[in-house]
Design a protein around this ligand. Structure first.
Ligand code: ABC
Ligand code: CA
Length: 494
């Protein structure tokens, strides 16, 4: 049979088998905008948010609905929101971030109602966007009562985990090299401020979680789940949980070693790409750092993970300092974001990243976005919009740039060029104070045609020998695609 015909029959067959739930393959060509629900948009007064105080600042689900144009305007076709369940407080601090579960059957009243969550879900779906919800199965919120002994004494605080047998006895995680310690002990230093660690070996706990996640996904038509603290629960807990969810799952294993994180892809679809995060940050935190470490990591990820394209790439999130707090060089920032948007994997951009928010570690990286006024003309907003337009345009192109693993074509102390399908990406670490930089690339795999840099709209030709010289300005990257393939993209007047 003709190969193309066979492939399209296969695609038709597999989409017929898929029900309404969004699978890994449906998430792979999406770009995700990560939201801290309390800090993204409010329907109330846009009061200033004191980050140190760790209070609710007023962001809510209805606020997100009102700002979907802002998100979709940048080209995102999926959002990830904070955990939605009601949370505990702790001696004046609150669960504004959503990770301190109290009652897993009720929606956090600070964020809205069950109907508000349903309304967000349908507002997204009517725009062709997907909803990802953050979920936590490892622990509940701190007890806020000053428990004095090792076992959980205030279990009546929680729903449905109200029996001491639902919890591991208190011990604090002291040794991250001891997997048993990481799984069985509590995050936090004392029973007072620690996160009561659920006994995820207890079949009653397992059953409650599996039926809960199934209900959450179906009640709110959730398309994907981000799973918290994955390495703190035994690996074989997860297959039952994610199959009960029945949608794409992406787990958080906060660790930089691909050999440690990789095996978790045996138990869920995707992982946040922490192994990539550290070399990516180092490649762009200063000028002229070279790209060998980053390139080696891209390769190492290929050998350690079952499906690198299902990993979620990011430069910022709620647990790490924002990139502009590491360097004020805007060109380096733009290059790092460009890798997130074009490299192998699913791009995730953290709210505020598009406005170059510069907060440091938790809690300073959780600014209220209403302070920005949501401008849609800021440089990174426009940059992200352009690359996302290209992603949309090439989503079903025959050269398949989004699903083709990158091939490195050129690498020096301050430039790296790689190709995915016919998309050619040239990154620079020369910095914002550099002048023009010419990167000459030669490869028989380049299409012999005119290429347009969709960022600057400059054009460059690949000559018959397969060489192209790309000029970069002021340390900014270039994202090139055959000019003839840009029709209808809205890019560079096409
Ligand atoms: C609160 C305060 C903070 C205070 C903290 C102790 O208590 O706000 O100021 O410092 C939620 C809230 C937080 C809150 C915590 C604790 O709960 O968002 O504000 O902090 O109450 C997830 C979520 C995160 C969430 C939780 C808890 C878990 O993304 O937002 O926090 O539900 C560990 C966990 C990881 C967790 C993270 C915060 O802590 O594994 O799941 N994130 C090493 C360890 C990691 C560890 C990390 C950070 O440090 O290996 O396990 O993450 O503490 C690399 C290595 C890594 C190493 C890094 C630092 O360096 O390869 O292994 O990570 O090179
Ligand atoms: Ca645990």
């Amino acid at each position: 049979m003709h190969v193309k015909l066979f492939l399209s029959l296969l695609t038709a067959l597999s989409s017929a088998l898929v029900t309404s739930a969004a699978t890994a393959s449906q998430w792979k060509n999406r770009t995700i905008y990560q939201i801290v629900t309390d800090r993204f948009a409010t329907t109330g007064a846009q009061s200033s948010c004191n980050l140190d105080a760790r209070q609710y600042c007023g962001g809510n689900l209805r606020g997100i609905i009102q700002k979907l144009d802002y998100i979709q305007g940048m080209g995102f076709d999926a959002i990830w929101i904070s955990p939605v369940v009601s949370n505990t407080d702790l001696q004046g601090q609150t669960g504004y971030h959503g990770y301190w579960s109290k009652d897993i059957y009720s929606i956090n009243p600070h964020f809205g109602t069950a109907d508000d969550l349903k309304a967000l879900s349908s507002a997204l779906h009517s725009r062709g966007m997907l909803l990802m919800v953050d979920v936590v199965a490892n622990h509940m919120g701190p007890q806020d009562k000053g428990a004095s002994t090792g076992t959980s004494q205030y279990t009546s605080l929680y729903t449905p985990f109200s029996d001491p047998s639902h919890y591991h006895n208190f011990c604090t995680i002291t040794n991250y090299n001891d997997q048993n310690n990481v799984e069985q002990c509590w995050l936090g230093s004392s029973p007072q401020d620690g996160l009561p660690d659920l006994n995820t070996e207890n079949p009653a706990v397992v059953n409650l979680w599996n039926s809960w996640i199934k209900g959450l996904v179906s009640n709110y038509t959730v398309d994907g789940i981000r799973i918290d603290t994955v390495k703190h629960v035994r690996k074989d807990f997860w297959p039952g949980f994610v199959s009960s969810a029945g949608v794409y799952s992406i787990g958080e294993v906060f660790q930089g070693d691909p050999a440690y994180v990789g095996p978790y892809q045996q138990v869920m679809d995707g992982l946040l790409n922490y192994p990539l995060y550290y070399p990516l940050t180092r490649a762009f935190q200063k000028t002229n750092q070279g790209f060998n470490e980053l390139i080696n990591m891209v390769n190492s990820i290929r050998t350690n993970f079952k499906d690198p394209m299902a990993l979620g790439n990011f430069l910022e999130n709620q647990d790490n300092p924002r990139f502009p707090s590491i360097t004020s060089d805007t060109a380096l920032n733009t290059n790092a974001i460009t890798y997130v948007l074009t490299g192998d994997g699913i791009p995730i951009i953290y709210y505020g990243e598009e406005q170059r928010y510069a907060g440091g570690n938790d809690p300073y990286n959780r600014e209220a976005l209403w302070g920005s006024g949501y401008p849609t003309n800021s440089p990174l907003y426009v940059h992200i919009q352009k690359v996302n337009k290209l992603r949309k345009k090439v989503q079903s192109a025959s050269d398949a740039p989004l699903s083709t693993p990158l091939t490195s074509l050129y690498n020096s102390s301050n430039a790296w060029a790689f190709k995915k399908g016919n998309m050619l990406v040239v990154l620079s670490s020369a910095g914002q104070n550099s002048g023009t930089q010419t990167v000459s690339i030669s490869s028989s795999s380049l299409p012999v045609t005119q290429m347009t840099d969709i960022l600057s709209c400059s054009t460059f030709n690949v000559n018959s020998g397969g060489s192209i010289s790309v000029t970069l300005n002021k340390g900014l990257p270039a994202v090139l695609y055959p000019t003839s393939g840009l029709g209808g993209s809205g890019l560079c007047g096409r």
